[in-house]
Ligand binder design. Structure first.
Ligand SMILES: Nc1nc2c(ncn2[C@@H]2O[C@H](COP(=O)(O)OP(=O)(O)OP(=O)(O)O)[C@@H](O)[C@H]2O)c(=O)[nH]1
Ligand SMILES: [Mg+2]
Length: 465
C-alpha cells in the first residue's frame, strides 16, 4: 500500500494509548429536529472509534457558513471549549468542504474531523476481508483526494521532518497522482470481485434458490438474527458496524424447503455516498434478493427515523420496492408500559421478535415460507391425455400431487410445484398436445398484507413476563 500524505486503510484516529478527547459539533438546519438523535449517534460512533466524548456544541442555522460551517462566533466558542476541556479533536456531525475543515482547524487549533471521516475510520478498523479492505480504502481515498492539500498543511504544522519550507506544490502533485493511480487500481480489483459476486449470484438464480437478505440500521441485531435462524457464527457486538461483509447460509423453512439467508452491512443516516458506491459488490446480495427482512430495534427512540433511513438507502442502492418483511427486534427489552397500540397501528404488518430469546422466530420462519410460496409455488390443475403418464410422473417428482383421477378419456391432475417446474410442464403439455393445464399462485395476492399474528405475538410476549 502506498503512503499518501497520511497512512491509508487503517484507523487514523486515536492511535495513542490514552483515548483522544473529542468535542462534538452539530447544527440543526431550518429547525431540523433530529439534532439530538444525530448527535447521540455521533457519540456512539466516536465511542466505536475509541474516542472519549468530553463536550458537545450545537447551533441552529439556516444554512452552513461557507468558511467555518458553523458561524464564526460559534467556531470561537468551540475553540474556547477545546482549550478548557483539553480536547484533542473536534468532530462535526456533517460532511465539511475541504475549505471549511481547513479554516475550522486553523481557528480551533486541534484536528477537525467530519462525520464521514469518522465513519470511514470505523470501517477501516472493522474491515476484515480483502474485499472490505479494498472497498474501505477506495472510499477513504476518494474522500481524501480533494483534501490532500489540507493534510500536507497538517503534517507541516506538526513539523516532523517535513522541513521548515513546508511541502512544495510538487509533492502535493505527486501525491495526487499516486492517489488517482491507486483509486484506478482499487476500482479494477473491485470490478473483478464484483464479476465473481455476480457470477455466484447468477448461479444461485439458475439453481432457483430463494434468497433472503437481512437489511436494517446498524446495531439492530441483524447478525444476531442471522445466527439464530441459521446457526451461523457471525460476529456480534454492541457497537456500530460490527459487520462489513456479506455472509450467506442455508435457511431451512418449516416445510423443509431451503432458502439462502444473507447478513450484511448495516445502514446509518448520512451514510457517505462514495462509501455506498464502494460497497457495491457487498450490496449486490441485497439488490438481487427475492425477499428482504428489514430488521429494526423496536426499543430505539428513533425507530421511525431508522426505518425511513433504511428505506431511503434501499432506494439509493437499487433495492427499493422489493417484497419486505419488517422485523421489529429486541422485543425482550420493551419496557412494561410500552405503547402497543401505537406500534401495531403504525406497523400493522410488522413481526415482533427477539433474536436473543428466540421469541417470534418460528412465526418469522413461517412468514418467510409464505413469501416463498407466494413468489414461487403455483397450483397446477388440468386434464391430460391418458397416454401422458410421463407428465404425471414429472409432477410427482417435482411437486406435491394432491389428486390424480382417471376418467374415460383423461387424467385429471391437481398438484402444487415451483413455478419453473409448472411452466416446464405446461410447455410439454402444449408441445405434445396432451391436454390443458392451468397454473395459479398458491397464495392469493390479496392476502399478502394481512396483519400476521401480531396480536397473538404480543400476548405471548406479555405472558412471558
Ligand atoms: N436485548 C436484545 N439484544 C439484542 C437482540 N438482538 C441483538 N441484540 C444485541 O444488539 C447488539 C447488536 O447486535 P448485532 O447482531 O451485532 O447487530 P447488527 O444489526 O448486526 O449490527 P451491525 O453489524 O453493527 O450493523 C448486540 O449487543 C446484540 O447482543 C435482541 O433480540 N434483544
Ligand atoms: Mg452485523
Amino acid at each position: 500500500m502506498e503512503v499518501i500524505g497520511i497512512a491509508l486503510n487503517q484507523p487514523t484516529l486515536s492511535k495513542a494509548p490514552r483515548k483522544e478527547r473529542a468535542v462534538l459539533v452539530g447544527v440543526a438546519f431550518n429547525g431540523a429536529d433530529d439534532l439530538r438523535e444525530s448527535l447521540s449517534e455521533l457519540a456512539a460512533l466516536a465511542d466505536t472509534a475509541e474516542l472519549e466524548v468530553v463536550g458537545m456544541v450545537t447551533q441552529v442555522r439556516r444554512e452552513a457558513d461557507p468558511a467555518y460551517f458553523v458561524g464564526r462566533g460559534k467556531a470561537e466558542e468551540v475553540a474556547r471549549l477545546c482549550g478548557e476541556l483539553n480536547a484533542d479533536i473536534v468532530i462535526v456531525d456533517h460532511e465539511l468542504t475541504p475549505a471549511q475543515a481547513r479554516n475550522l482547524e486553523n481557528l480551533v487549533g486541534v484536528r477537525v474531523v467530519d462525520r464521514t471521516e469518522l465513519i470511514l475510520d470505523i470501517f477501516a478498523r472493522r474491515a476484515r476481508t480483502k474485499q472490505a479492505m479494498l472497498q474501505v480504502e477506495l472510499a477513504q481515498l476518494q474522500y481524501q483526494l480533494p483534501r490532500l492539500r489540507r493534510m500536507w498543511q497538517h503534517l507541516s504544522r506538526l513539523g516532523g521532518g517535513i522541513g521548515t519550507r513546508g511541502p512544495g506544490e510538487t509533492q502535493l502533485e505527486i501525491d495526487q497522482r499516486r492517489a488517482k493511480k491507486r483509486i484506478a487500481d482499487l476500482q479494477r480489483q473491485l470490478r473483478e470481485i464484483q464479476r465473481q459476486t455476480s457470477a455466484r449470484v447468477q448461479s444461485r438464480k439458475e439453481r432457483q434458490l430463494f434468497t433472503v437478505a437481512l437489511v436494517g440500521y446498524t446495531n439492530v441485531g441483524k447478525s444476531t438474527l442471522m445466527n439464530a435462524l441459521t446457526k451461523a457464527q457471525v460476529f456480534v457486538e454492541d457497537r456500530l458496524f460490527a459487520t462489513l461483509d456479506a455472509t450467506t447460509r442455508v435457511l431451512v423453512l418449516p416445510d423443509g424447503h431451503r432458502a439462502l439467508l444473507t447478513d450484511t452491512i448495516g445502514f446509518i443516516r448520512k451514510l457517505p455516498p462514495h462509501l455506498i458506491a464502494s460497497f457495491h459488490a457487498t450490496l449486490e446480495e441485497v439488490r438481487t434478493a427475492d425477499l428482504l427482512l428489514h430488521v429494526a430495534d423496536v426499543t430505539h427512540p428513533a425507530l421511525d427515523d431508522h426505518i425511513a433511513v433504511v428505506e431511503r438507502t434501499l432506494q439509493e442502492i437499487g433495492a427499493g420496492g422489493k417484497p419486505t418483511i419488517l422485523v421489529l427486534n429486541k422485543a425482550d427489552r420493551l419496557p412494561p408500559d410500552w405503547d402497543r397500540e401505537r406500534l401495531s397501528q403504525r406497523y400493522p404488518n410488522a413481526l415482533l421478535v427477539s433474536a436473543l430469546t428466540g421469541n417470534g422466530l418460528d412465526e418469522l420462519r413461517r412468514r418467510i415460507q409464505r413469501e416463498y410460496a407466494k413468489q414461487r409455488l403455483v397450483r397446477v390443475r388440468g386434464q391430460l391425455a391418458l397416454w401422458a403418464q410421463d407428465l404425471v410422473a414429472f409432477a410427482y417428482r417435482n411437486g406435491v400431487v394432491y389428486s390424480v383421477a382417471y376418467t374415460d378419456d383423461a387424467i385429471v391432475l391437481d398438484a402444487e410445484m415451483e413455478r419453473h417446474f409448472a411452466e416446464h410442464l405446461q410447455k410439454q403439455v402444449t408441445l405434445l398436445n396432451a391436454g390443458s393445464v392451468s397454473v395459479t399462485p398458491v397464495v392469493a395476492e390479496s392476502n399478502a398484507h394481512q396483519p400476521f399474528h401480531f396480536a397473538h405475538l404480543l400476548v405471548s410476549l406479555r405472558d412471558q413476563r
